[in-house]
Design a protein around this ligand. Sequence first.
Ligand code: HAS
Length: 558
Amino acid sequence: MNAVNSAQISAPQPFDRKDAGLVLAHILFAFAALLLGGIAGLLQALVRAGMITLPANIGYYELLTAHGVLMALIFTTFFIIGFLYSGVSKTLGGRLLNSSRGMGWAGFGLMAVGTLIGTIEILLNRATVLYTFYAPLKASPYFYIALALVVVGSWVSGFGIFTQYRHWKKANRGQISPLFAFMSVIIMLLWQIATIGVAAEVVLQLIPWSFGWVDRVNILLSRTLFWYFGHPLVYFWLLPAYIAWYVTIPQIIGGKIFSDALARLSFVLFLLFSIPVGFHHQLMEPGISSFWKFLQVVLTFMVIIPSLMTAFSLFAVFELNGRAKGATGLFGWLKVLPWKDVRFFAPFMGMLIFIPAGAGGIINASNQMNAVVHNTLWVTGHFHLTVATSVALTFFGVAYWLIPHLTGRKLTPFLNRLGIIQTVVWVAGMFLMSGAMHISGLLGDPRRTAYTTYNGSAEAASWVPYHIVMGVGGMVLFIGIILMTVNVMLLLRAPKSGEAEEYPIGEVTEGSEKTPGYLERWGVWISIAVVLILVAYTIPLYGMATNPVPGSPGFKTW
Ligand code: HAS
């Protein structure tokens, strides 16, 4: 029997109590960051729309930094690591090794301390450098130390997952690992390799520079190291959502996983191609030759393939599920999907929105079109669809079964309905806000800017209606965040259910091909990934590091 389905054959087993504490701590910390980041997001949307002015001691860019760090870096990382630990505990033996759980708690502690220090530095207006902390904007050294703590904490958590996986493989020689666990290992491998870039930037460049031990910083090198990390960061966000789409959604809809091998291959392709592509965030940047930009754009288009494989696989799951239930007609399979089950509805809306969201990524990655959209609100619209909708809605959908499973409480029909309402509110708010961002971005409206009329420019005046729509969208989204926060709190206080709530792990379709063992040849995949990275980055990075640039002193523009 394929190990992937060993976890769900028996009736749902309650989650191991000690593991539940670790997972729940991560999930609740994530939602606390979402709420705080959402408050900042609401205020900045209202400022942008000209609807409010901030009190003198609160800056727009300070809010923007808080919003980006708490949403893009903290909400995602804590939720993801908690979710991965839950699946690794569930499918690799039913409970974590003490060593794995210990690393999970150590990682959580480091990340939580880093988050608290970083948030305090931001709110004390000592780190108004946005979530990309681009030099030569210079934050307090403690902000960079906080970032380093979050990264090191995530590394420790990653090793906790690797330790559990390795123990399972030793105890199950010759068996292919359960799909959830395999995918978790890929995600944390990708993360460990990608974060080397940002760790090098922060520890070797920004911390000494912010302490004044060196007075200049090589800007191009720091940005290149950041984007070496910055694009795989988006797949660190996306792939846990893909785990929910590949592994749990089939079980929730009463269907089957289309192909275990295809799902694993798509994740291997992400491991190979998601890192050597960072220059597609720097297409307009001087100092990088067009050859290396071109090479990394070609690799960027390679990383699109696993997303297309995922779409194919998901449509196959839905169609086969529908046909098995007697659905007829080209789209009959749509009708039999559990639309009234928020555990399906929220992730599905995330999937659906990922089609235009990802298509926007293809536009971004096309050099000529990037020249139009780079540094405009178009890009902000793009990532509010990708991470803030496709990923966030999927995480919300996961929370509606994960929290009940962890706490032994029920997802009541009332809470399910609240979840459906929250999803609709989120989609409506994002349609307004991201839609307006995309359009005004195409009209040239820059991102990362507070409210301004550009000295009464007619051009800028044409953007104002879109800013108002963004402000309205931001308010609707904030209602969505309040609703999600209330739903999480109600889930924690829901009535106890007699038996364990389901932890949905799908079964593989009968007759699908046996998963080849070579998909777990980690040495091969890591070696190919490293070779691709070396090909894409060695020469340009060598050039940046050895060409004596004057470097820049720090600037505090706030
Ligand atoms: Fe992106 C900028 C290119 C995906 C997030 N992106 C950003 C930023 C963020 C972000 C945060 O090339 C801003 C960073 C900053 O602050 O400056 N992005 C891409 C490409 C993809 C992509 C090629 N991005 C994402 C994902 C994100 C994310 C996923 C978060 C989770 N992005 C860029 C570029 C920039 C950029 C440039 C820099 C712009 C600039 O100049 O600053 C690809 O992964 C997209 C793959 C998607 C497709 C298209 C359609 C998809 C289909 C199948 C998928 C559908 C599925 C669902 C699986 C191939 C058709 C099935 C549906 C059912 C209904 C069953």
